[in-house]
Design a protein around this ligand. Structure first.
Ligand code: ASP
Ligand code: MG
Length: 402
């Protein structure tokens, strides 16, 4: 059986943990499995490398940044391979260029275009445990790229797909996907199973345990992911296509996000093209906008509110101030005293009344809703930041997740 495993930075944070991981791997090897192991950089290595680059320059050249931050994975791959030898097994560590993990040339956020399986298959046939550096790729011109923060998850999923692996296990420092952030909702519990779609909504809303792109990739190619802890043997969470028999509850989780801020533009003349102008200006600066609400007043003026990442608030305000006059808007306000609380679940599609129930739960707690946004399987409310914990806990019990 061919198994692809991925170990994250916390599982490889120091030599002792690397030795532990080596023992877990060789334990599986003893059962006659073929193993391909994707590693991420040790502990906070990638953060440290990025901060090192910022001590040189505010704006590091992207190609050179990838040259730098791709090195973390090479360290953990070599060390893990040594640790496996120490256990009496054969291993070989390979970089993305040795394997042939081809990407496009968008440095720091490259996409995998294809993986050459010749070298890996050769090593496997010689009974080696193959260790692959996650997060890296190589362009057609042999330039080193990286896949975006958390990108080793994507490496693992892509390898599982290209090698047609029986299973893809992603090891991390949590037991799996939780119904809510346990630091905010103490009664949060681990989900045994979650669909790709629900997982994507949970991830994009702040409960990031897997790189979003990895889940998108897994969905596209039907790679079943088993997300689990490297610190124990408990089964984790299976992430797969939603099936009729799947025992996914109506609501899978209550993600929260206190890392957002709101901008409101007041008194914009109500005419075609203004929204395009505002959001194009933000997009041109790479600002991700989340919830957007527009309201009209009888005097042919509109107010538009939207949320952005807290880190983007001052840049966004600067951009809006610049175009304010051209828009003919009256004033611009900002508020970073907000949070977003959501409910996510594929069962929502077939159960009416879920939104009403959510609003009632919040209303009963006298929590005011500022903005609302919905998708097929998610409803999000923007509320006052100080009420986030109370709201999340009330929703968690109200939807039977306690
Ligand atoms: N080491 C990289 C990062 O910290 C990739 C990963 O962890 O998956 O983002
Ligand atoms: Mg990581």
């Amino acid at each position: 059986m061919l198994i692809v495993q991925k170990y994250g930075g916390s599982s490889l944070a120091n030599p002792n943990r690397i030795k532990k991981v080596a023992r877990r791997i060789t334990g599986l090897k003893k059962k006659n499995n073929h193993l391909v192991v994707v590693v991420s950089a040790m502990g906070k290595t990638t953060d440290e490398l990025i901060s090192l680059s910022h001590q040189i320059t505010e704006n590091p050249h992207k190609r050179e940044l990838d040259m730098l931050i791709s090195t973390g994975e090479q360290i953990s791959a070599a060390l893990l391979s040594m640790a496996i030898y120490n256990e009496g097994f054969k291993a070989v560590s390979l970089t993305a260029s040795q394997v042939g993990i081809r990407t496009d040339n968008s440095f720091t956020k490259a996409r995998i275009k294809g993986i050459d399986t010749v070298r890996i298959n050769k090593e496997l046939s010689e009974d080696n445990i193959v260790i692959v550096t996650g997060f890296q790729g190589i362009t057609e011109e042999d330039e080193i790229t990286t896949l975006g923060r958390g990108g080793s998850d994507t490496t693992a999923v892509a390898l599982a797909r290209c090698l047609d692996a029986e299973s893809c296990e992603i090891y991390t420092d949590v037991d799996g996907v939780y119904t809510a952030d346990p630091r905010i909702v103490p009664k949060a519990k681990k989900l045994d199973i979650i669909s790709y779609d629900a997982m994507l909504e949970m991830a994009s809303l702040g409960s990031v345990v897997l790189q979003t792109r990895a889940v998108e990739f897994a969905k596209k190619y039907s790679v079943v992911i088993h997300l689990r802890s490297s610190f124990n043997d408990n089964p984790g969470t299976i992430i797969c296509e939603e099936v009729i028999t799947m025992e996914e509850p109506i609501i899978s989780g209550i993600p929260t996000d206190s890392n957002c801020a709101k901008i409101t533009i007041i008194g914009i003349p109500d005419k075609p093209g203004t929204a395009a102008e505002i959001f194009q200006a933000l997009a041109d600066h790479g600002i991700n906008v989340d919830i957007i609400v527009q309201s009209q007043s009888p005097d042919k003026k509109a107010n538009i509110s939207f949320t952005v990442d807290r880190a983007d608030i001052s840049t966004s305000l600067g951009i809006i101030e610049k175009i304010k006059e051209k828009l003919g808007a009256e004033k611009v306000l900002s508020d970073d005293n907000i949070a977003k609380v959501s409910i996510v679940g594929v069962g929502m599609k077939s159960h009416p009344g879920i939104a009403a129930k959510m609003f009632k739960i919040l209303g009963d707690k006298r929590i005011n809703i500022d903005m609302i946004s919905t998708s097929e399987i998610k409803i999000s409310c923007v509320i006052e930041k100080s009420k986030m914990e109370q709201a999340a806990n009330a929703l968690h019990s109200g939807f039977g997740l306690d």
